[in-house]
Design a protein around this ligand. Structure first.
Ligand code: CA
Length: 221
């Protein structure tokens, strides 16, 4: 999933980011209310983790503004004990859930998985031509070949298959699968496309992932 993490305490933010990254999520990390509003307007996130006390404003106002723009994106408030006097009020403002600091990573990971399940209920299996991808089991099937994909390869194939026929640039893929700010000169996208092709392509047939010269990659609709 692509996650926006809004947290101004460096130590906590770094801890959460590295844990989520290890689980295969693409995390964009910001430390202020204004950055949170800017990033959430510019990108489509699958989940927003929001600290309530930010240096330039209140997380409540950020929550209210994001929710007014987007009724769907799951938002989990992360707060220190004592910062919330009325949990009901927070849920009324549009938060889906909240976590109290110090956050245990196991608990955070469980809430993130719950948000992922909620978001993906509608489309468990993505399908294009004779390639299918099961979101729940992370198994890709091409013809009668089934492969269990590691998280980053899975995220890359999922992103391509959610946009069948559409050419996605390396930068779009980097931003979505690896997270905003990843080194754009890196050839990591090509390397991972190579991994997927080795696992999924069949001899003598066109690749499941088409290279569009000078533009990027796509899967056929
Ligand atoms: Ca804070």
């Amino acid at each position: 999933m692509r996650i926006l993490l809004v947290e101004d305490e460096d130590r906590i933010a770094a801890f959460m980011e590295s844990g989520l990254d290890a689980e295969g999520h693409a995390v964009d990390r910001v430390a202020t209310a204004s950055e949170a509003l800017g990033m959430s307007a510019a990108h489509d996130y699958d989940l927003i983790l929001l600290d309530l006390v930010l240096p330039d404003g209140s997380g409540r106002d950020v929550l209210h503004t994001i929710r007014a723009r987007d009724a769907e994106v799951p938002i989990i408030v992360v707060t220190a004990l004592g910062e919330i006097d009325d949990k009901v009020d927070l849920l009324d403002l549009g938060a889906d859930d909240y976590l109290v600091k110090p956050v245990a990573f196991a608990e955070l990971a469980a809430r993130v998985r719950a948000a992922a399940r909620h978001g993906q209920q509608s489309s468990r299996v993505l399908q294009t031509e004779d390639l299918s991808l099961d979101i729940r089991t992370r198994i890709a099937t091409h013809g009668d070949e089934s492969v269990d994909l590691p998280s980053r390869e899975f995220a890359l194939l999922e992103y391509l298959m959610r946009h069948p026929g559409q050419v996605l640039t390396r930068q779009q893929i980097l931003d979505t699968v690896w997270g905003f700010g990843f080194e754009s000169a890196s050839n990591i996208v090509d390397v991972y496309v190579g991994y997927l092709r080795r696992k999924l392509d069949r001899r003598g047939e066109p690749s499941v992932i088409e290279t569009v010269r000078g533009a990027g990659y796509r899967v056929r609709p």
